[in-house]
Design a protein around this ligand. Structure first.
Ligand SMILES: Cc1cc2nc3c(=O)[nH]c(=O)nc-3n(C[C@H](O)[C@H](O)[C@H](O)COP(=O)(O)OP(=O)(O)OC[C@H]3O[C@@H](n4cnc5c(N)ncnc54)[C@H](O)[C@@H]3O)c2cc1C
Length: 554
């Protein structure tokens, strides 16, 4: 950092702050666990559980950012800016939690003493005040502006660093030049780009080698997604998400024959995938999905006939297969246990509307819904009418009947991890565009990056992005160790998506009027980011039904 007047904060002090925040969150969780019967009665205390889920998520981000700063120092890569970020972020989280607890002390069921013994203690307040000094945040911002926001952060795993460099180069040459056009003309991702990504093995990164994938694991996959999303969220960064979701569902619940049949073709990029869960009237309440799959046959083959509507199926036009969640048991009382997951084959189409007719008469009609951002893949409303799917395309075959909800949720955990990477990459793009602008735009006779408030704002933006990055990387490493986890990817998705929304909007403001012009990429970043807290579990549902439920059950 350039500002030598900013006194560094020892990481041991940051550790104390994070540990005290942890004590407070743990106390609040314990009370909520009792109050909600280990999470069964979350709906009786929704606002409190939402607050807790968010506080625990921010705490996890602070812990991971601190662990990262410590690990870097231990590996001889000590970074004063990262250490300052760890201090600032931990202090912001502690401060926010104290004031929330103070305001809602009754709902949290904690006494003033617990607060006074932890974050309310004089020594903790002193650390928070020192960490949050305007000069410290400005010094981070000034450094980031000087670097034009570029991310060269240290990563322990050599393979991940090599992947970051290679994908960044690819994204700069192949994606960035077309990103603006795709968005403004609402075009579909070009075939040429899909082919190049396929040749580089981007679609099979977490498919095991025995099924034709790279077996590279989740961290490399996340960093690849981050770099592609930095160039364009929908024009490249989101392409890997769908194959990832289906891959994870197949690995979990597919038969050996299904894994051998589908995974190599997904990994090679021969098959593009769409995920179809949401319906026009059914979103968060997935267990109530109505689209039917009834036993039937076509052309002498046994299988299922699909009837019903689906909504928001991204990339459904171009996709060769749709992972479709449908009701195989007509008894609605069975809820989630009546749902099964199918691999629905279709022809690829490039337009905003398509109609697929099967020889036996079944039809699938798709219409893309116009959206302000997230263009390049197009998201479709679908109508299935007696659309035939062979029996062998039921994931898990006969053993998979009634297991679709569970397999889909497993796939969504992978999707959420992906979104942590997508959001971090998009926020990073906004930071770089804003740092560039702060260098180049002059007002009152000097670059706007010279002003204290610009530095302060960019310092906070960069700090939150680093926290989102470390939370997401930690979730990827945790998923490498245990594929069944749900909490860590959900936290990464929740936090990184919010960071992306906030950072893109801060960046837009720092662009002034030009931030609202389509020709400046920041305006695309803003509208793209808005979708991140919506899909794969809209924010309130992710907080309550995934994060709070997991935390309170433990
Ligand atoms: C651009 C885009 C792409 C998408 N891509 C896909 C895709 O590829 N495949 C797919 O299947 N889906 C996709 N989706 C759908 C997305 O996953 C859903 O929109 C999301 O799950 C929310 O469902 P919903 O829109 O029906 O909202 P609803 O479920 O109607 O929720 C609306 C609001 O109601 C409140 N709410 C609902 N239930 C509760 C509750 N129990 N407690 C408290 N509050 C509650 C919350 O505030 C919530 O935000 C996409 C969506 C968009 C916008």
């Amino acid at each position: 950092m350039t500002d030598s007047s900013v006194k560094p904060i020892e990481l041991t002090a940051v550790r104390q702050l994070v540990d005290n925040t942890d004590r407070l969150v743990s106390n609040a969780l314990e009370v909520a666990r009792r109050k909600t019967d280990a999470g069964k009665d979350i709906d009786e205390a929704q606002p409190q559980c939402e607050r807790l889920a968010y506080a625990a998520t921010e705490l996890a981000a602070a812990q991971n950012l601190l662990a990262y700063a410590v690990a870097a120092a231990e590996h001889g890569e000590r970074d004063a800016v990262v250490e300052a970020m760890a201090a600032v972020f931990a202090a912001e989280v502690a401060h926010r939690l104290s004031s929330q607890l103070d305001a809602h002390v009754g709902e949290f069921g904690l006494s003033d003493e617990v607060l006074n013994d932890t974050l309310g203690a004089a020594v903790m307040k002193a650390i928070v005040r020192a960490a949050l000094s305007d000069a410290r945040v400005q010094a981070i911002g000034s450094h980031v502006i000087g670097q034009r926001g570029v991310n060269h952060s240290w990563i322990a795993e050599e393979m991940a660093v090599m992947s970051r460099d290679a994908v960044r180069q690819f994204a700069v040459t192949e994606v960035m030049p077309i990103a603006d056009r795709l968005h403004r003309q609402d075009e579909l991702i070009p075939e040429d780009l899909i082919r190049k990504m396929a040749e580089l093995g981007y679609f099979g990164m977490s498919v095991p080698e025995e099924f034709g994938g790279g077996g590279m694991g989740n961290l490399v996959m996340i960093i690849t997604t981050e770099e592609l999303s930095r160039a364009s969220l929908a024009g490249a960064g989101s392409l890997i998400t769908r194959p990832e979701i289906l891959t994870k569902a197949l690995l979990k619940g597919g038969t050996d024959a299904q894994k051998k049949k589908w995974l190599p073709r997904i990994a090679s990029g021969e098959l593009m995938v769409g995920i179809s869960v949401t319906e026009p009237d059914i979103g968060s309440d997935v267990a109530s999905v109505k689209c039917r799959a009834d036993v039937g046959e076509a052309g002498g083959r046994k299988g299922y006939l699909i009837n019903g509507a689906k909504a928001w199926c991204t990339f459904a036009g171009r996709a060769d297969v749709l992972a479709l969640l449908a009701r195989t048991d007509p008894d609605m009382k069975k809820g989630a246990r009546g749902l099964s997951l199918f691999i629905v084959e279709k022809d690829p189409f490039t337009g905003h509307n398509f109609e697929m007719r099967q020889p036996a008469g079944g039809t699938l009609v798709g219409r893309a819904d116009a959206t302000p951002g997230y263009r390049g893949m197009h998201s479709y409303t679908l109508n299935f009418d007696n659309y035939f799917v062979p029996a062998e395309n039921l994931v898990g075959e006969a053993g998979g009947l009634g297991k679709g909800f569970y397999l889909q949720m497993n796939g969504f955990a992978a999707g959420r991890l992906q979104t942590g990477g997508r959001a971090t990459g998009l926020a990073q793009a906004a930071l770089e565009r804003t740092a560039d602008y702060a260098n180049d735009r002059r007002q009152f006779g000097e670059p706007i990056g010279n002003f204290q408030l610009t530095q302060y704002k960019i310092g906070r933006m960069a700090t939150h992005i680093m926290a989102a990055r470390q939370l997401t990387y930690a979730a990827a490493r945790a998923m490498d160790a245990d594929e069944s986890i749900a909490l860590e990817p959900a936290m990464a998705k929740l936090f990184a998506s919010d960071v992306a929304v906030w950072v893109t909007q801060e960046g837009q403001l720092l662009h002034g009027g030009w931030g609202y012009a389509e020709e400046f990429a920041i305006s695309r970043c803003v509208v793209d980011a808005l979708v991140l807290p919506i899909f794969e579990g809209v924010k309130p549902i992710l907080e309550l039904k995934v994060i709070a439920r997991n935390l309170l059950a433990g």
